[in-house]
Every structure is written in C-alpha cells, then in structure tokens.
Design a protein around this ligand. Structure first.
Ligand code: SF4
Length: 439
C-alpha cells in the first residue's frame, strides 16, 4: 500500500507527522501540498480549514480519485463534523480526532468498525462512527519533511512544530481544547530538538513553536514550568540561531519575567497575543478567561522586556455591540501595538461559538447584517465593515508611520470581502448540516 499525504497549499505539521509515522512503519509515502497523486495510491487528505470542504478543486479531486482504485481518507482539524465531510466531499472514510493510531490501523486492516476514531458509510449509505480514538501518544518518530520545505513561509516560518498538545483555555471560538483536550501533554525536549535539527538539515529557515499557547510547554498541576520553556527556546535557538526561531501565540495570563526574557533572548523578539477584543463583555462571551486589564498589563510588560507586540482581534461575534467594538478601537489606540491581525468570527463546527451562531437569527448576526454606517456605499456586511475599519484604525496607531494609500485601502477591502464571504460560507454549511443531521 502506497500513500500520498496531501495538505493543500501548505505542508502542515500534522500532515508531515502522519506521513512520518507511516514511513516509520514501513509504508511507502510521499507528501505533497498540491492536489495530485499516482492513480493507485491511497490519498490521505489532511484538511485544516472549513473552506477546504467547499473548495471546488478539492471536491473534483476527490471525485476523480474515487473513479480510480485509489481510496481517499480525510483527516485533520476539519474532522470534528464527519457529516459535513461526507456531504461535501464523500471520501472513503474520515479519520476523526488525533489520527496517528487510527491511520496505522486502517493501513493494516482496511476500513473496519473495530478501529476507533473512524467514520465511513455502510452499504446503505448511512454514516457509521466508531468509538472515540482518545489521545494519541505524544512520543513519535520524525515527521516526513518535504525537500522543498525551505520555500514555505507561514507568517515567516518554514514550519510550526508541536511542543505539546492541548490548551488549558476554553475560548468558545477555538477548536484546540475540543480537538486535543484541556490537559497538556508535552513532548520530551530531546525529541523536539532532534526534530528541529532535522528541519534545519532539510533547509527550513525559521522554526516556530506551534499555535496555541507556547508557554504551556510542560505545564503540570496548574503550574507553568518557566524553566522548561526557557530551555526549549534556548535549545531551538542553539540549532537555528535566535533570529530563526519564533514563539507566537501566547496567552496574556501565561507570561512572566523569565518567559519574556527568554522570548527576547532566544527568538526574533516578538510576542503574539490573541487579544480578541477590548470589551470585557465580549471576552466573557468568548470564554477568554482573561480581562482587558490583564491584556493591557501584558502589553506594557512585554515592552519593559524590550519585545515587540502583535495582537490579533476578532470582530463580528454575534454578541458584539457597537459599544464593544468601539472599546476595541480604544484599546488599539491606547496600546500602539507593533502589528495587528483582524479576523471575522468564524463558527468552527462543534465549538460553542458555532452553537451560538446556530441560535442567532441571521438578521441579528453581523456576518449577514448589511452595514448601514460610514462604509454603506462599499456594500459590506457589518462584520466586514468592522474588520475593514479596524485594520485602517490600527495602522494609525502603530509605532511607525503607516499611510493608508489607495493600494492599502483596496487590499484591506479585498481581504475583508474574502473573509466575509468565507465566514458566510462556513456558517451556511453549519446550518445546512445541522438541520439535515441533528434536527
Ligand atoms: S488560549 Fe488560544 S489555543 Fe487556547 S483555547 Fe484560547 S484561542 Fe484556543
């Protein structure tokens, strides 16, 4: 049995890991970031965005493959809601949750109802879901690193490596605690560093600690292990050089002097906070577990340690009022963030945000409500208008001069229209399958 593991457009760490596990178990494997495979290969499609499920190229790729003998398995973060995957792509099976063990069992025995973590259609076309697979082992062989990894740049990094799984947070829009759980499972430092060396050997230019919250590495019994995080960054910097290591995405309540000094000394010197909103009301609805004051203190603390600070914000939460949105603008104006990322609230299936969106009538959901204010002539939804406005507003309050030229204006406009379209598509999908499969 030969496998082609595909993660569309980018080589995700998860895809490289699954490919590495198959290879380590004696299977012939290739990894690709494009939609192509030899006719008889079994394709493992690792999908990380709801948009993949409505992507016409992916749909026709799967349909074409099913005409040949090659089977198609789908896994990755989208697997939380197999009904949507079968309805839109109709693969041979869906590997749900952490797929490392499941994929090996399918490779060995074929699709079978005694393999945990699997969904497939029976002869009648009904979807069969086997029992939950549970957490996979955190110890693993080396990932299969593609030869052209040096060409990949995701926010400047060739790859985001996994140092631990899980998040203690419970943000209502996020899949991480639902997918990996709220207990932290950390890898051994030597295994991580061995992997970093391997990435370097394959030409990776910059390595980043995977999303979530970096400083939860080795978190145990309610305690952050500052020393373990310092050793992790120090070890990575020794291999890659500090200018080639980044540690994005950290919670505002998971920092300390020691942690910030390590980020300054052993990485590119940026901290990325998921700030989400300048309103305590919205932070509470998002289950963020941190308040605006903590976020503000964290930004100032980073500055004391000589770090640059980027913040990401989410607009268009169904319960975000105009007043809440204005508070986010005030937060940005006060803190002079070095960079700002804005996204529109996307209801990822099986998250509490998705449940809330399903209960929100479309005339009250900013994703659908037409914007009637300052940007009315641009024909944006309320979410798109807030995202557009916030990006331009943030530019006025960045430390260096940022002029909103026509080019920048048009780029922001194009970006928010695309985001708005995609979030509406994801929301429509949710409604379609919720009403078909659960009502
Ligand atoms: S802290 Fe980050 S990774 Fe954790 S639940 Fe919130 S958004 Fe997700």
């Amino acid at each position: 049995m030969r496998f082609t593991v595909i993660s569309p457009d980018i080589y995700t760490y998860g895809a490289m890991l699954i490919a590495g596990i198959l290879k380590n178990n004696g299977y012939d494997v290739v990894i690709k970031n494009t939609l192509s495979a030899s006719p008889k290969d079994t394709v493992l499609l690792s999908l990380y965005s709801t948009q993949h499920l409505i992507n016409e190229e992916i749909k026709s790729f799967v349909a074409e493959r099913k005409k040949t003998q090659g089977e198609v398995f789908v896994g990755g973060p989208v697997s939380a809601y197999p009904e949507i995957i079968f309805g839109e792509l109709n693969p041979d099976c869906v590997i749900t949750g952490e797929g490392e063990d499941t994929v090996l069992l399918i490779a060995e025995k074929g699709i079978s109802d005694d393999i945990p973590g699997l969904s497939y259609r029976d002869e009648k076309g009904d979807i069969i879901k086997t029992k939950h697979a549970g957490p996979a082992s955190i110890n693993r062989p080396l990932p299969l690193i593609p030869k052209d990894i040096a060409k990949q740049s995701i926010r400047g990094a060739s790859a985001y490596i996994e140092t631990h799984r899980g998040c203690t947070g419970a943000c209502t829009f996020c899949q991480v605690p639902r997918y990996f759980g709220r207990n932290i499972r950390s890898r051994e430092l030597e295994d991580i560093l061995k992997e970093v060396r391997e990435f370097k050997k394959h030409g990776a230019k910059r390595i980043s600690v995977s999303g979530g919250t970096g400083s939860l590495y080795k978190y145990k019994n309610g305690q952050i292990d500052e020393d373990a995080f310092v050793e992790l960054l120090k070890g990575m910097a020794k291999i890659m050089g500090p200018k080639n290591v980044s540690s994005p995405d950290i919670r505002v309540d998971c920092i300390s002097d020691k942690i910030l000094d390590a980020i300054r000394d052993y990485t590119i010197g940026w901290v990325f906070f998921g700030l989400e909103s300048g309103s305590d009301n919205v932070l509470m609805h998002m289950g963020k577990g941190a308040r605006v004051k903590q976020a503000s203190d964290a930004v100032y603390k980073c500055r004391e340690h000589g770090l640059k600070v980027a913040g990401s914000f989410i607009v268009g939460h169904p319960l975000e009022t105009e007043t809440d949105y204005e508070l986010t603008k005030d937060f940005i104006a006060e803190h002079y963030l070095d960079d700002v990322f804005v996204s529109i609230a996307e209801p990822i299936p099986k998250t509490p945000l998705a449940d809330l969106v399903l209960k929100t009538p479309s005339e009250k959901n900013p994703t659908y409500v037409p914007h009637a204010g300052e940007y009315k002539s641009l024909k944006l939804s309320e979410s798109e208008a807030r995202s557009f406005d916030l990006q331009m507003h943030a530019d006025m309050f960045k430390p260096n001069l940022h002029v909103v030229t026509d080019e920048v204006f048009n780029a922001y406009l194009k970006g928010v229209r695309k985001d708005g379209f995609e979030v509406r598509a994801a929301t429509d999908l949710l409604f379609k399958y919720y009403y078909n499969s659960e009502n």
